[in-house]
Design a protein around this ligand. Structure first.
Ligand code: G3H
Length: 531
C-alpha cells in the first residue's frame, strides 16, 4: 500500500537511563548471568524524513541457556516436592502474609514499572499506570477471595454417616508465560493465583516488555520462600521447550496463541497430566444492526478496535454493519478514526508506535491482500508513518475471501463487512475458529433478544451496545474453540490453578477428627476461620 502522506511526528521525551539487566531468580537466590544478552530498543525513536526509525536503546536482558531454564524448573520441582514442600503445605496465613509482603514491596515500584511500560511497549501513560494499579488491586482482591475459599474449606460436614472436609489444593509446578501487550497485568493474573494456591512457578516474560518486570524481582525474592517463584529470561524455544520435555510441568499457564501452546503441549511426554490455563487468539466481531444508535456504535467500535492500536485480545477485529446504516456508520467511523492522535505514549494519545518487529509490514500485507481482492482503504490518514508507526487503516467492503476476515490482526487495521442477511453473519461467526466475545449494537429489544440467544453459544461474553473487554476482574474471562482453555477471574483463577481435595471418614471417627482439629497440629485439617 501507499505510505501515508500525513506525517504524525513522535514527540521527544526523555527516555529512562538504559540499563543492562543481568539477574534472574532461582531457588530464592538472585543469580548473575554472564552469557548472551538481547538488546532492548523502544518502538519510539527518531524518525527520519524517509520514515525509518532510529529506535531508542533501553538496555539489555539476559538470554539464558537451556541449563539455566532446567535449573529453574528443578528449583520449582524441589520446592513443590511432590506436594510435600513448605509452600504447598503452608497454611493459608503464611501464604497470605507472603502475598501481602510482595504487594507492599511492589507498590514502591509503580513509577519505574509504569515508565518502562511506556517506553518498552508504547503503552500510553494513563493505560500504563492503570495496568500497574489494576494489578495491585487484583492481588488484594485475590487475597480476599482466597480467604473466602479457605473459610469455605474450614467447614466440616457430616452427612450419610460420613464426616468430610473439602479444600482446594495445588496442582504442582506451573510454567507461566505471559503476553507482551499486558506484560504485567495478564502475567500476574496467572502467576498470583497459581502462587497463592500453593503451586510453585517458573516464569518467563514475553519477547517484548521484559525490562519492566526487573524492578520486581527483588520483591519476589524477599516475599516468597526459595523455589516458590523462579524467574528466567530468554527465548521460549531455548527455555520453555526443554522444560516441557522433562514432563515435570503440571500446569501450562500461557497467554498468547494456540500455535505456541500446542507446540509446547506436544512436547510434554504425559500430556494427560498437564493442566492448561490458556488465553489465546480472538477475532471478536461487532454487529451493527439496522436499528442501532450509530453514534454510540461508532464510539464503541473506535475504542474497541483501536485502543492500544488494537493490540488487545479483546479488541474488536471484524465489524459487520447492516447495509441500511452502512454509509452513515462508515462516514462517522472514518472521521472519528482520522481524528485520533498517534504520538508518543507520554502524550496519552490513543495510538502509539508498535513494539513488535515487522508489525507495520504485517499491517500493510493485510491491507494489500484486501485491496487486491476488492476492498478499499476508506479513511484518509491510513498507512505507514515510520518503521514502527502505522496509522489505522479502515477497510471496506471486506469479504470472507480476504485474510483479514479470518486472521487475528492484533493491530491497527479495521475491517468492515456490509451485510443484508443476518443469517450469513451468524453462520460465519459460528464457523470462526475463535469464540471469545462479541459486541451487539441495537436499540431494539427484539433484535437484542434474538442476537443474544444466537451468540451466547458462540462466544463467552456478549456485550450490548459496548465494546469487548476483559474487566472488571470479578467477571469470568474465557473463550470457546481456539480462544481459551479454563476460566480466569479473581474467583475462577483460584479454581483453575487448584483441585478439590477432601478428607473423609466414618461417623465413628468423630472423636479422632475432633482431636486432630482441636490439637492444631494440621494446617489442612483446621476449622480456623480467616478474617
Ligand atoms: O489482551 C487481552 C486482554 O485481556 C484485554 O484486556 O479488555 O482489559 O484490554 P482488556
Amino acid at each position: 500500500m501507499k505510505a501515508s502522506s500525513k506525517h504524525l511526528p513522535i514527540a521527544e521525551f526523555e527516555p529512562p537511563k538504559p540499563f543492562k539487566w543481568n539477574q534472574y531468580l532461582i531457588n530464592g537466590t538472585i543469580e548473575t548471568w554472564e552469557g548472551d544478552f538481547e538488546e532492548v530498543y523502544s518502538p519510539m525513536g527518531k524518525v527520519s524524513k524517509e520514515g525509518s526509525t532510529e529506535r531508542i536503546y533501553l538496555g539489555a536482558s539476559p538470554t539464558l541457556d537451556e541449563a539455566a531454564g532446567l535449573k529453574a524448573l528443578q528449583a520449582a520441582k524441589s520446592a513443590y516436592n511432590n506436594g510435600r514442600g513448605y509452600w504447598p503445605t503452608a497454611g493459608a496465613s503464611a501464604r497470605i502474609a507472603a502475598m501481602e509482603k510482595f504487594v507492599a514491596l511492589m507498590k514502591d515500584k509503580r513509577e519505574e514499572v509504569s515508565t518502562l511500560l511506556m517506553w518498552e511497549i508504547a503503552k500510553n501513560k494513563s493505560a500504563a499506570y492503570k495496568e500497574f494499579d489494576r494489578t495491585v488491586d487484583y492481588i488484594y482482591d485475590t487475597i480476599e477471595e482466597y480467604k473466602e475459599l479457605q473459610r469455605r474449606g474450614s467447614h466440616v460436614a457430616s452427612k450419610d454417616g460420613v464426616i468430610s472436609q473439602i479444600r482446594r489444593g495445588p496442582l504442582g509446578v506451573v510454567l507461566c508465560l505471559g503476553p507482551y501487550n499486558y506484560p504485567l497485568n495478564e502475567t500476574f493474573c496467572l502467576l498470583i493465583p497459581s502462587l497463592i494456591m500453593g503451586n510453585t512457578i517458573v516464569f518467563k516474560p514475553a519477547k517484548y516488555g521484559v525490562l519492566l518486570l526487573t524492578p520486581l524481582i527483588e520483591a519476589f525474592k524477599e516475599a516468597f520462600p526459595p523455589g516458590a517463584v523462579n524467574i528466567v529470561f530468554g527465548r521460549g524455544r531455548t527455555l520453555a521447550g526443554p522444560i516441557m520435555k522433562t514432563g515435570d510441568v503440571d500446569v501450562l499457564a500461557l497467554i498468547g496463541n494456540s500455535k505456541s501452546s500446542n507446540a509446547l503441549v506436544a512436547q510434554h511426554p504425559k500430556p494427560n497430566r498437564l493442566r492448561q490455563v490458556l488465553g489465546l487468539e480472538a477475532k471478536n466481531p461487532a454487529i451493527v444492526f439496522d436499528d442501532a444508535n450509530v453514534d454510540k456504535a461508532v464510539k464503541e467500535c473506535v475504542n474497541g478496535a483501536l485502543s492500544y492500536n488494537g493490540q488487545r485480545c479483546t479488541a474488536l477485529k471484524l465489524i459487520f454493519v447492516h447495509k441500511s446504516v452502512s454509509e452513515e456508520f462508515r462516514t462517522k467511523f472514518t472521521k472519528a478514526v482520522d481524528a485520533l492522535a498517534l504520538d508518543h505514549p507520554s502524550t496519552d494519545s490513543m495510538l502509539t508506535p508498535l513494539p513488535e518487529r515487522n508489525k507495520v509490514e504485517q499491517m500493510e500485507a493485510y491491507v494489500d491482500d484486501a485491496v487486491a481482492k476488492g476492498a478499499s482503504v476508506i479513511n484518509q490518514n491510513a498507512g505507514r508513518i515510520s518503521d514502527t508507526a502505522f496509522f489505522p487503516a479502515v477497510l471496506y467492503p471486506v469479504t470472507n475471501q480476504m485474510a483479514i476476515f479470518h486472521e487475528e490482526q492484533f493491530g491497527p487495521v479495521v475491517p468492515i463487512v456490509e451485510y443484508e442477511d443476518l443469517e450469513e453473519v451468524m453462520t460465519s461467526i459460528a464457523a470462526s475458529d475463535c469464540g471469545q466475545q462479541c459486541s451487539l449494537f441495537s436499540d431494539n429489544e427484539l433484535t437484542i433478544a434474538y442476537a443474544v440467544d444466537n451468540m451466547v453459544n458462540q462466544v463467552c461474553r456478549v456485550n450490548i451496545n459496548a465494546s469487548c473487554q476483559r474487566g472488571p476482574d470479578y467477571l469470568p474471562f474465557t473463550g470457546r474453540k481456539d480462544s481459551a482453555v479454563a476460566t480466569l477471574s479473581v474467583h475462577d483463577a483460584l479454581r483453575s490453578f487448584s483441585i478439590r481435595t477432601l478428607v473423609a471418614t466414618g461417623a465413628d471417627q468423630k472423636e479422632l477428627v475432633g482431636n486432630v482439629i482441636s490439637g492444631g497440629q494440621s494446617t489442612w485439617m483446621t476449622t480456623d476461620y480467616l478474617l
